[in-house]
Ligand binder design. Structure first.
Ligand code: BES
Ligand code: MN
Ligand code: MN
Length: 464
């Protein structure tokens, strides 16, 4: 298997340059201003798959941004791996907090990435990660070692909720037929502690509007006598958690699966330093639900967070005003067996019930998704675990993630196939934040690990 390392060694500069070119395209799906760039990015993904040796390349139209499909079917009797990823990225703002342009990728060394990291929006989430699959595929094609069939589905709307992908999957079940789904859009514990993500959270995302008086008022003339919607909204949000930081929406925990002490012990075995955690975020203390560790809070407990809140006067200087309206965006991360729809309904009912008569409230649900569990006793997990053992020299730790990739639960539901979350990012890579980056070590390690997954999976599948 020496050819894997040799090929990477000989081609790594080109691998890095090609990723840098992809990162220069501002494929921000949330902002219509970037529509042409998102479309150009899809073209660029398609041509990179073509030059790597893929066939049947299609830029599949949807009501939104296109899905890039490609495959290489070598033998119908061999298993098929479907690779999923996304070429769209999060908006780059706040721009002033970037040390270099978000779409002007540069390589810089950091404490955690002594070999250098590429700084750009999408470097880790998810261009750098799905592109590892394109390069690993190229490697297998060029060395005549692709051991099974491969299909690619790279979408352009993940960061805005994959709203059109569900329909595409339902309409293309035969085209997407596969034996496992392989996704690199998550992370590892650290560069010397590999891990595989075995759970993703679901999501319920809601926007609320609270209306007080029919117009903005002088806060002296009316203050204290009419409801201030910002004050009321803050009180309502505060009443969503109790003093133990449990979420107080009635019924919220009804379907949450409590973990056995054995499962909790397993979570506690994953290496984690609270001091390093606090230090990395400049925190004197952590905060969360009583009775659970930090890893449990992020991995297995549902959460509720305000993502944005606005209203009233926020410009220069002071303006004495009671605003007519206040707004907030609130998200809840869900765990097995909570359902997006059910939690959205419970939230809506509670929020409406606790509103005093002095205000009107409006609740608007946004996109959401169901949680996902990846078992560790299936051959695709074993294939991934063995691949990491080969390339990192250590067996990876199974870890439950706090993030969401809602489409993964839908893949299971519609295609009846489990996904393997073989990501290589680090929590410190600043995804969705200013100065997002992806380690060169991680990028090349991913390209090295993926061919081992293909070899292991094919072998295990054939001897099943
Ligand atoms: N790649 C992330 C999700 C992720 C990151 C999962 C790290 C686990 C570890 C994905 O692109 C993402 O940002 N998902 C969104 C949800 C989506 C509906 C916008 C999220 O988790 O907020
Ligand atoms: Mn992602
Ligand atoms: Mn993301």
């Amino acid at each position: 298997m020496k050819y894997i390392k040799t090929y990477i060694q000989e081609n790594k500069n080109r691998f890095i340059d090609e990723l840098i070119d992809l990162l220069k395209i501002p494929s921000i799906s949330a902002d219509p201003k970037y529509k042409m760039d998102v479309l150009n990015c899809a073209d660029s993904v398609a041509s990179s798959l073509a030059s790597a040796g893929a066939e049947n390349i299609e830029i599949c139209k949807t009501k939104g941004y296109p899905i890039v499909y490609a495959d290489k079917i070598i033998d119908d009797t061999l298993p098929t791996v479907l690779v999923y990823g996304h070429y769209d990225v999060q908006p780059a703002d706040p721009l002033e907090l970037w040390d270099s342009g978000p779409f002007e990728p540069i390589i810089k060394k950091t404490k955690i990435h002594p070999e250098g990291a590429i700084f750009a929006r999408g470097a880790c989430d998810d261009k750098g990660q799905f592109f590892m699959h394109v390069k690993a595929f190229e490697l297998m094609m060029d060395n005549n070692t692709l051991p099974c069939n491969i299909k690619f589905m790279i979408e352009g709307e993940e960061e805005v909720g994959s709203e059109n992908l569900g329909e595409f999957v339902v309409a293309n079940k035969e085209k997407l037929k596969c034996d496992t789904i392989l996704i690199s859009d998550t992370g590892i514990i650290s560069n010397n502690t590999p891990s595989i993500t075995t759970g993703l959270k679901g999501l319920s995302y809601i926007e609320v509007e609270v209306t007080g008086p029919n117009r903005d008022l002088h806060s002296g003339l009316y203050g204290g006598a009419v409801a201030n919607p910002i004050n009321i909204l803050c009180e309502m949000i505060a009443s969503m958690k109790d003093e133990k930081n449990h979420i107080s929406i009635p019924g919220f925990y009804n379907n949450v699966i409590e973990l056995s002490s054995q499962e909790r012990e397993e979570i506690a075995r994953a290496p984690f330093s609270l001091n390093e955690y606090k230090e990395a975020l400049d925190l004197s203390d952590i905060h969360g639900e009583q009775g659970f560790t930090t890893m449990e809070r992020t991995g297995i407990r549902p959460t509720l967070d305000v993502n944005g809140i606005w209203g009233g006067y926020t410009g220069e200087g002071a303006k004495t005003v009671i605003p007519s309206k206040a707004f907030a965006k609130i998200s809840m991360r869900l765990v097995p067996n909570q359902s997006d729809e059910e939690i959205t309904n419970l939230f809506t009912k509670y929020f409406t019930n606790i509103a005093p008569k002095s205000v009107k409230v409006k609740v608007t649900p946004h996109h959401g998704g169901e949680p996902y569990v990846s078992p560790t006793d299936i051959i695709s997990y074993k294939a991934a675990s063995d691949a990491m053992l080969t390339t990192f020299g250590k067996t990876p730790v199974p870890v439950k993630a706090g993030g969401s990739i809602p489409i993964v639960a839908l893949f299971e539901q519609e295609l009846n196939v489990k996904s393997i979350l073989l990501g290589f990012g680090l929590d410190s890579d600043a995804i969705h934040s200013p100065n997002e980056h992806y380690g060169i070590f991680n990028y090349l390690k991913g390209i090295e690990t993926i061919p081992h997954f293909f070899l292991n999976f094919t072998k295990m599948f054939n001897s099943k």
